[in-house]
Design a binder for this molecule. Structure first.
Ligand code: GLU
Length: 550
């Protein structure tokens, strides 16, 4: 037997399959020409990060735009960093934001698709089969260096001002013989498997990143680790095997991986795989003291998507906002197609920011108000009630007392041609509608400067006897106008403007007084509708109340 083959048997004796077995098990996908297969490959190490949501959205939309497939894969090779419920956190989060998953993990516990398992910890045998093949071909070897020895190498390299890493003459086990290896294995020494890199620093790798454009880097000459001593692969190796066997066409991931691309391209080539396309997504940035930096898990609450959920941003609002960051032409699409779902947007990776888009909360609020303004009263009232159930039990108790009342509140100035763009997030709703609930009603009875208290009182007293609940908006305002002459107010603003000194004010001022009486504030949606929802008795009670305190 050739030494390489003996070496492969020595190191991975339990592996009895060859790569052909898996190549047949996971055949080419049957998709139309040009369909992209994309994926997101999170590690279950915490909550869903806004960056992961963003990358998932971009992957999803790139697949959708080409009638392709988007799948999830759980990268759980680092068991030390894994947290309980980590898969649920991420996949349920994606589901909550409406990111449809075609294949892979579709919930915390369920996976589907013909290319699984979609969890790296369940694929050890697959990786080992391919490593065994590389050893047979003399392209990989065992390394028995202890961490102390590796540390010494590094210290020496730093001292000599040499690029650190396991390369060239520093790769001490690169030429280990079968006999040497056998002796160590028999002695029970732990080992990793390293790539025997045929690359040279002198040569260049050039690739065309679908987002960042042409990139040129030195070839990889490092004998990096493929399998760790526990038989579990490194990210680099697992990525090559998985994306090959799952037939990913575009590897779209965070741009912190760009520097590793020479290693990845080298692996794909040595393994005889077609090199996929790469698209490196810039992170979402934040302004901090005038400087741009990556949104940080440690410093920024908005790094966790849970923050947006708690604030009461609807999932669709966040996604629509992320789309404006993802593609510089999305807003044009939105203007031209106000009612189309974002999933119909034709996504072009070349329109993505190369340097990293800034997270802008004001923009999110604007986008959000737009999205919410298009929802029906029914939808808004249900969403707010659901949100309150989770995050504001006091408000929830009020909202759920009378569903029809709640729905009527949130239907004001909605479901019409020009709906109000007032609510951006559910958390604001409580204050926004507080005057509908006696328990929350804390009126500010400050009158406009030009209105005397006696005039306000006189108007309100008269108004009580003319209010008719069945009036439409026009009739409602006419009643106020009719009261004007007797109080020396102008019924028409025009008349008032023509000769302000002839009047105490105009009908608009009186409607403000009424608004203050009913809602305790100067600015609200349509007052006529508010009064109908509150009901005549409540309105009369509120008028009496202000009269008694003025
Ligand atoms: N597990 C890697 C990460 O979370 C995945 C990178 C990739 O998409 O290939 O960064």
């Amino acid at each position: 037997m050739q030494d390489n083959i003996k070496m492969a048997e020595l190191l991975l004796p339990h592996i009895d399959k060859t790569p052909d077995y898996y190549e047949n098990l996971y055949p080419e996908r049957n998709l139309k020409e040009g369909a992209r297969v994309t994926r997101v490959a999170p590690s279950p190490t915490g909550y869903l990060h806004i960056g992961t949501l963003f990358t998932s959205l971009v992957n999803r939309i790139a697949a959708t735009s080409s009638e392709g497939i988007f799948f999830t894969r759980i990268e759980d090779t680092d068991k030390k960093r894994e947290i309980e419920g980590g898969i649920e956190n991420i996949i349920d989060g994606l589901n909550r934001f409406g990111i449809t998953i075609d294949e892979g993990f579709v919930s915390g516990t369920e996976e589907k698709g013909d290319y699984g398992p979609y969890q790296q910890s369940k694929r050890a045998e697959i990786y080992q089969t391919y490593v065994k093949e590389l050893i047979r071909q003399g392209l990989a070897y065992p390394c028995f260096c202890t961490s102390e020895e590796l540390e010494e190498i590094r210290a020496q390299q730093e001292k000599d001002n040499i690029r650190t890493g396991y390369h060239g003459k520093w790769a001490v086990h690169r030429n280990i013989t079968f006999e040497e290896a056998k002796e160590k294995v028999d002695a029970g020494l732990p080992f990793v498997i390293r790539l025997k890199s045929p690359g040279s620093e002198e040569n260049k790798v050039i690739f065309d990143d679908m987002i960042k454009g042409k990139i040129e880097m030195p070839e990889n000459d490092e004998d990096f680790v493929l399998l760790k001593s526990d038989g579990i692969p490194t990210y680099h190796f697992a990525h090559a095997i998985d994306d090959h066997l799952m037939h990913t066409t575009v590897v779209m991931r965070g741009d912190e991986w760009i520097s590793s691309v020479p290693k990845h391209i080298q692996l794909f080539r040595l393994l005889g795989f077609k090199v996929p396309k790469f698209a490196h997504v810039s992170p979402i940035m934040k302004l901090d003291g005038g400087a741009k930096r990556k949104i940080s898990k440690r410093k920024d609450p908005e790094a966790a998507v849970h923050f947006f959920i708690e604030e009461g941003f609807d999932a669709l609002c966040v996604v629509e906002y992320l789309m404006t960051i993802a593609a510089s032409d999305f807003e044009d699409f939105r203007r031209a197609n106000p009612d189309k779902p974002y999933t119909e947007f034709k996504f072009n990776l070349k329109k993505m920011s190369v340097s990293g888009a800034l997270f802008d909360e004001n923009k999110l609020i604007d986008v959000s108000k737009n999205v919410v303004s298009k929802m029906s009263g029914q939808e808004v009232s249900e969403k707010i009630t659901n949100w309150a159930k989770e995050f504001d039990t006091e408000f929830y108790a009020l909202l759920s007392k009378d569903e029809n009342y709640t729905k009527a509140i949130f239907s004001i100035d909605r479901d019409c041609a020009k709906p109000r763009k007032d609510i951006a997030k559910w958390k604001e709703a409580k204050d926004y509608v507080s005057y509908f609930f006696e328990e929350l009603f804390t009126p500010d009875y400050t009158l406009p400067e030009n209105i005397e208290k006696q005039d306000a009182k006189a108007f309100l007293t008269e108004y009580k006897s003319v209010y008719n609940e069945s009036d439409d908006k026009q009739q409602w305002f006419d009643r106020i106008k009719e009261l004007c002459p007797a109080l020396n107010f102008a019924a028409e603003t025009k008349a008032y403007k023509a000769d302000p000194s002839a009047y105490k004010g105009h009908a608009g001022d009186l409607s403000t007084v009424l608004r203050i009486a009913i809602t305790g504030r100067r600015n609200t949606p349509d007052l006529c509708s508010i009064m109908k929802v509150l009901g005549k008795d409540k309105c009369m009670e509120r008028i009496d109340r202000i009269i008694s305190v003025l």
